[in-house]
Design a protein around this ligand. Sequence first.
Ligand SMILES: [Zn+2]
Length: 113
Amino acid sequence: MGRTAGGSTTAQSPGRSERAGGRAQRPQQERAVTRSVFRYLRWTMAPETAPEAPEMVHELECMSCDAAADPSEEFETARDWAFSHTGQHPSHRGYRETVTRFWRMAPTGGERP
Ligand SMILES: [Zn+2]
């Protein structure tokens, strides 16, 4: 008991969560006024320059089975995996690549104190 045999990856969704019908009534003494000050800024989006952020991460998945290459910063690594995978499974010829890039927003004209 305890261990589950096999590698089932079927995700079973738990029963639907149901919302309580009707709206909760708010106590009438809550009369807080929210004031917001908006400062309009222009933004510039540029590639993330943090040293820990790779320029790109390549992921290849086989379209015939669930096999996938480990995410890699080098496309050649993912491509080599695909050659190897098709070599072992000649009927698996289609791949889907997902590329992840990191971006950062910054106020145009720089940060103001
Ligand atoms: Zn495959």
